[in-house]
Design a protein around this ligand. Structure first.
Ligand SMILES: CC(C)(COP(=O)(O)OP(=O)(O)OC[C@H]1O[C@@H](n2cnc3c(N)ncnc32)[C@H](O)[C@@H]1OP(=O)(O)O)[C@@H](O)C(=O)NCCC(=O)NCCS
Length: 161
């Protein structure tokens, strides 16, 4: 019963903070559950130790509910990955994380943010459109898809200044 309450209240209000290398195993696990090509713990840890990479994570009841990571170079940033655990999806968590992340990037002097998204990824496309991103390019046959097929990637951009 206590565990149920903890889980319910934990889900009710995830707390957002900058991610550190200690979050790597949990982020790698959620990344693996969210994307076809997973990242190893070591890959995520290396990214989070990289000074050009910014990460945020959301914790709910001590568990990782979501994360976002981007790489900054020459006044621009590329969102490398964003994911929210199934149990927390559809409740505005990605929007909250993206908003915090973009504000932090702006504070670091980033002027434009880019990302790639599968053209059939409706939740992600809605998330980015709502956050003011605009489609600037389409890369045909970009992501491998089941059955030896490929699907296109859309490139989105948002200016922060
Ligand atoms: C994309 C993702 C991060 C969104 O996380 P989320 O916390 O559920 O998103 P939010 O609750 O903030 O909602 C964002 C938008 O997506 C919409 N959305 C959420 N789940 C949806 C679904 N299953 N189908 C269609 N739209 C959906 C929401 O309605 C919202 O749009 P709105 O503001 O116009 O209503 C999540 O679905 C996920 O982790 N997907 C797997 C990883 C992935 O594809 N990442 C993006 C790679 S580019």
């Amino acid at each position: 019963m206590i565990a149920l309450f903890k889980r319910w209240f934990g889900r009710a209000s995830p707390t957002l903070a900058e991610a550190s290398a200690r979050d790597a195993p949990a982020i790698a696990k959620l990344h693996g559950q969210s994307f076809q090509r997973g990242w190893s713990d070591g890959e995520v840890e290396a990214l989070l130790r990289d000074r050009t990479v910014l990460g945020h994570r959301a914790l709910a009841g001590g568990r990782l509910a979501g994360f976002i990571m981007s790489r900054i170079a020459a006044g621009e940033a590329e969102i490398l990955s964003i994911a929210v655990g199934h149990a927390y999806q559809g409740r505005g968590l990605a929007r909250q994380m993206l908003d915090l992340h973009l504000r932090r990037l702006a504070g670091l002097g980033v002027e434009a943010v880019f990302l790639e998204v599968g053209e059939d990824n409706e939740p992600a496309k809605k998330l980015y459109a709502r956050a003011g991103f605009q489609e600037v390019a389409r890369r045909a046959n970009y992501y491998p898809a089941p059955g030896g097929k490929h699907r296109a990637a859309l490139v989105f951009r948002r200016n922060l200044v």
